[in-house]
Structure formats: structure tokens, C-alpha cells
Design a binder for this molecule. Structure first.
Ligand code: FAD
Length: 392
């Protein structure tokens, strides 16, 4: 039947996580169909930097290198950083790549360029279908059957939902979620800075929420301002000139006289799917979990999901098991849910501890930061954790 497409794996969502899965799984010899609402636009060197940027740790970078996408990204745009600083008032904790024998701790990248760099690695046996989405899903012991919005039908052994926080796959598979909306929101601004390209990313804590600096290529940066949702909405409604002045007044003076180029605000939500696996349906990335972006872990956790899923599926194939071996998929779910839950909890503790206005608590926080700055071994472990290495 002309309208029927058959493949081993269907991936709904060709964003950063879905595209990485497609490249990695195609290398196992599996036929892949990627469904994506909108293909990434080609790169133009003169184009403005996109507001959606991520901090990629060394572990994600190494995986993207193995997939051949990092090399594509290097031909486009990215900004390495050697230092990471967090602090409150005069208490500052600075991590340096040299302390763990690395040349950098991570890179700030534009999400759409990471996606494009991965799409540039798409080759047979990957089929891409754009401008359509799944409207119906049925699964049994034989496989999964999908109906698309354009009337076509798909059959596969495994369906992966990598279609982001509002995942349609998650909804169609009737997988529930747990979580909440934080009272705070964040305002992201893309700015020109008065100084040349920086090699540090920093985060300063204030009682109303953290304020962060992420370096971008050239004399540019991304600024993130966390605050009460009502305050963020108020700021977002200001004229560009007034907002620029508000950033200059609110951020540490070392930032200098920035020039605002664009801005947008995002609500903050914590969400986790109650199951990552249901029969032949598997969730990965933001479809499975969204985390407070405070420590820039979102897509790094998504890539960690993808790495483990590929490992499990490769092991199934080489052991002659079914691709969707239930024990193996359960192991993916167990390990990734535990790791992601731990990281979400850690973010919440930091967020709550640093966002409370209380003089004794502030003193305790500052003493803690000073102590950590002096504790060589503990600091080295924290740095290793920040770059995505296992510390045990
Ligand atoms: C303000 C903010 C700052 C952040 N900063 C960082 C950071 O510094 N570091 C970090 O690691 N993470 C950060 N994150 C999180 C990061 O952006 C996400 O974790 C990441 O984008 C998740 O990737 P994904 O591929 O799982 O999902 P997405 O990026 O959401 O991609 C999903 C893809 O699926 C497609 N899609 C959606 N629905 C359908 C459908 N029905 N059919 C077909 N296709 C569909 C979409 O078009 C999209 O391409 C931040 C998030 C926010 C909000």
C-alpha cells in the first residue's frame, strides 16, 4: 500500500534529542522514520543569534562528536567557556577547567544549530517526514501502528516520543505526568556587551532569584533573569530601551553597558512522566521530563536519556533479543528516572536555598560558598559533575 511506511523505529520530534537518537540508532542498522513539525532552517553566518541557547557539558559534546555533529556545529557558531562562577555578594565559588585537566568546561550553543548539525548527519536509512504529526496510535505484541495527520500510516517495532514538553506521543500513549509550575519565570535577553568574547559563565543569587550570564560568540551574551512571574511579565512589557536599563541596573556592574538586541520570557515548570516506557512506546528528553533551567541541565539530561536508550537497544540486538525486550526497556526507565529525579531534586534545593530572604540563611549560604571554594577535593568533584562526568 502506497500510504503505508514501515520502519524499525519511528521517532516523533526531530529536535536535539530526537535527531541525536535518529543518527545513533541508524548506525545500528535500524531503519528510522523521523516525524518533525518543522525542519531546521539553513545556517546563515550573518543571522542573529537565536534566543534559545543551551549550555552543553563535556559529556554531551563527546557524544555529539562521536555522531559527527559537533564538527558541523564548529563550522557554524558556538562559544566555549573555561570558568563557571556562582555566588552571592562577596562569597564567590569559581570552577576552572584546568582544575580537572580540561581545556573548557562546556559550550554555549544555539538549540536550532545543534538540531541542524545533527540533521546534517541524517543519511539512509533515515526517512524524514515534515509538516505532519501522529493523530492515532495503537500497539500490540506485533508492533505499533500510527496514523498521521496527512492520512498516511506507519508501522514500526518501537515508537520514541522525543517531541518536547507537550509530547503528543505521551498523550496518545496515555502516560500521565506529575509536576508543578514554579512561581517564578525567567526573562532571557540576547545582548551586545562592551567587552570582547568572554570565557566565563556566571550566576549570581539574589533573594528574588538568580541572574545569569552566558557568553556567546563575539562581544555578545545571553542574560537570564529569574524573578516572580508577575515581575517578569512587567519587565517584558517595557520598551526595549527601558528593559536595557533595567538589566544594567539589576545585574552586577562588571557586566557593563550592554545593548539589548532581543528578549523573551519563559514560565518555569518541573514535570516528569509517570512512565518513560509503556509497551513499545519510549519517552526521551523533554517529553519525559522538564527541569528548572537554573543549572542548564535540560538537554544534557535528554542526551543522557538518548545515550542509555541507544546502549540498551544495541545490547538487545547483539544478544539476539527482541529490539523492544521488556527487561531492557525497564532498565532504561529505572536508571534514567532515578538520575533525572535526583537532578530535579538538587535543582529545587539550590533554588529554594538561594531564593529566600533571611539574614541568617544568607550568612550560612555565603559561608557555605566560601568553604566550598577552599575544599579542593569536593570542588574538583563538583566540577567533574558539572561537565557531566560520573564522580564515582
Ligand atoms: C529558558 C530556558 C533555558 C534553558 N537553558 C538550558 C541550558 O542552558 N542547558 C540545557 O541543557 N537546557 C536548557 N533548557 C532546556 C532545553 O531547551 C530542553 O531541555 C531541550 O530543548 C529539550 O530537547 P528535546 O529535543 O527533548 O525537546 P525540544 O527541544 O522541545 O524538541 C522537540 C521537537 O519536537 C517537535 N515536535 C513537537 N511536537 C511534535 C509533534 N506532535 N509531531 C512532530 N514533531 C513535534 C518540535 O518541533 C521540536 O523540534 C532551557 C529551557 C528553557 C525554557
Amino acid at each position: 500500500m502506497q500510504n503505508l511506511i514501515t520502519s524499525d523505529v519511528v521517532i516523533s520530534g526531530g529536535g536535539m534529542v530526537g535527531a541525536a537518537l535518529a543518527v545513533a540508532l541508524s548506525r545500528l542498522g535500524l531503519s528510522i522514520t523521523v516525524l518533525e513539525r518543522q525542519a531546521p532552517a539553513p545556517f546563515e553566518a550573518q543571522s542573529a543569534i537565536d534566543l534559545r541557547v543551551s549550555s552543553l557539558n563535556l559529556r554531551s559534546e563527546r557524544w555529539l562528536t562521536a555522531l559527527g555533529a559537533w564538527q558541523n556545529l564548529q563550522q557554524m557558531r558556538l562559544c566555549p567557556y573555561q570558568y563557571l562562577q556562582a555566588g552571592e555578594g562577596s562569597a564567590q565559588l569559581r570552577f576552572a577547567a584546568s582544575e580537572i585537566g580540561e581545556r573548557h568546561l562546556g559550550h554555549i550553543v544555539e538549540n536550532n544549530l545543534v538540531q541542524l548539525a545533527l540533521w546534517q548527519q541524517f543519511a539512509e536509512p533515515i526517512t524524514v517526514l515534515t509538516d505532519c504529526e501522529i493523530t492515532a496510535l495503537q500497539q500490540d505484541e506485533q508492533g505499533v501502528e500510527l496514523t498521521l495527520s496527512d492520512g498516511r500510516e506507519l508501522q514500526c517495532q518501537l515508537l520514541i516520543g522525543a517531541d518536547g514538553a507537550q509530547s503528543k506521543v505521551r498523550q496518545l500513549a496515555r502516560i500521565g505526568t506529575a509536576g508543578w509550575q514554579y512561581q517564578q519565570a525567567c526573562l532571557v535577553a540576547y545582548v551586545d556587551t562592551p567587552y570582547p568574547q568572554q570565557d566565563i559563565t556566571w550566576q549570581q543569587f539574589y533573594p528574588s532569584g538568580p541572574r545569569a550570564f552566558l557568553p556567546l560568540p563575539g562581544a555578545q551574551a545571553s542574560l537570564v533573569w529569574y524573578d516572580e512571574a508577575a515581575k517578569v511579565k512587567q519587565l517584558a512589557a517595557l520598551s526595549a530601551k527601558a528593559l536595557e536599563q533595567a538589566f544594567i541596573a539589576a545585574f552586577p556592574p562588571e557586566l557593563g553597558a550592554i545593548k539589548l538586541k532581543s528578549s523573551a520570557w519563559f514560565p518555569l515548570a518541573r514535570m516528569q512522566a509517570q512512565q518513560y516506557v509503556k509497551g513499545r512506546v519510549v519517552l526521551a528528553g523533554d517529553a519525559a521530563h522538564t527541569i528548572n533551567p537554573l543549572a542548564g541541565q535540560g538537554v544534557n539530561l535528554g542526551f543522557a536519556d538518548a545515550m542509555l536508550l541507544v546502549e540498551q537497544l544495541a545490547a538487545n540486538l547483539s544478544a539476539g533479543k527482541s529490539l523492544t525486550d521488556a527487561d531492557s526497556l525497564q532498565q532504561y526507565q529505572r536508571q534514567r528516572r532515578m538520575q533525572n529525579t535526583l537532578m530535579m531534586g538538587a535543582m529545587d534545593v539550590i533554588y529554594q536555598t538561594f531564593s529566600r530572604e533571611s539574614a541568617p540563611l544568607s550568612l550560612l549560604r555565603q559561608q557555605g560558598l566560601r568553604l566550598a571554594a577552599k575544599a579542593g577535593m569536593a570542588k574538583q568533584l563538583l566540577t567533574k559533575y558539572a561537565v557531566g562526568n560520573s564522580v564515582f
